[in-house]
Write a protein of this length. Structure first.
Length: 277
């Protein structure tokens, strides 16, 4: 790898190989040379396997990681990313996944957060027999890592980062000595979860778009028309609907606000509470 001295040195605080995903999207576009630091153990801020609970919100955690990257490495720009799995817009019906990538500029004093979300890629299965665990493994996407544990003694029996058959067999048999069925589930850490990496790449693209939009008042980046303002009038009865009539942009540094109207003249009666109750 050649180092380009004209590129800006940007650091991401990560243990789990997210830097390549982010570098692919951001480096060429922004003139960055992205490198990872593990100078701080991000697992102390929360883990997916649940052995460490996250304290703040996902936004706070991503921002905190970006700030730490700046502080620990003494660079102007730091990145931090954070994923969340849980209930989404469809409640418990469709498990949901949100990925955030925060970019902090320590010299200019702003933070911009890229976001992407969608149905969760997470799967788990109770496996009464070893064959069930092996079947689950063969059904998983190429490169997807697994975790194995005895449900009643998760902390004591948890094995993470299982990527091959011998390791799966060994972990299954060890957990099965405690109890069956054994729980087998996806290891969601980014380096072991290709589906998650693709959502992180989407979040990086969202970040890129926001970084390229500057506040008209103070020139800070991140001025993107993203917050929907409901109330588009029904084209049949002219009552306001839940469809957005405009999107709001707000500068998180100086507070300047502006709205951008949607291109549609009116909402479809299908989305109207009056015409289509
Ligand atoms: Zn501003
Ligand atoms: Zn209507």
């Amino acid at each position: 790898m050649s180092s380009n001295t004209s590129c800006q040195d940007v650091v991401i605080l990560t243990k789990h190989g997210k830097e390549q995903v982010l570098a692919d999207v951001l480096e060429a576009e922004l003139g960055w040379q992205l490198r990872a630091t593990d100078a701080f153990d991000t697992d102390t801020l929360g883990t997916f396997s649940g052995d460490v609970e996250r304290q703040g919100s996902a936004e706070q955690t991503a921002t905190q990681k970006a700030l730490l990257a700046c502080e620990l490495e003494g660079v102007e720009i730091g990145l931090g990313s954070e994923g969340s799995f849980g209930a989404g817009p469809f409640g418990q019906l469709i498990p949901w996944q949100v990925e955030l990538v925060a970019c902090h500029n320590a010299r200019e004093g702003w933070t911009v957060i890229g976001e992407a979300q969608g149905p969760s890629c997470h799967l788990h299965r109770e496996c009464p027999r070893l064959e069930d665990a092996l079947h689950f493994w063969t059904q998983a996407p190429q490169g997807q890592g697994l975790m194995v544990y005895a449900p009643s003694q998760k902390a004591q029996t948890l094995r993470k980062g299982i990527v091959d058959k011998p390791a799966l067999i060994e972990a299954y048999l060890a957990a099965a000595e405690v109890e069956t069925p054994v729980m087998v589930e996806y290891d969601l850490r980014a380096h072991l979860c290709p589906a998650r990496r693709s959502v992180i790449a989407d979040a990086a693209r969202d970040l890129l778009e926001k970084l390229n939009n500057h506040c008209p008042a103070c020139k800070a980046p991140g001025f993107a028309y993203k917050t929907p303002l409901p109330g588009l009038e029904c084209e049949q009865c002219t009552c306001p609907t839940q469809q957005p009539k405009a999107h709001l942009a707000q500068c998180q540094r100086c507070g300047y606000e502006a709205q951008q109207s949607v291109p549609m003249a009116g909402a479809s009666p299908a989305s109207c509470q009056i015409c289509n109750p």
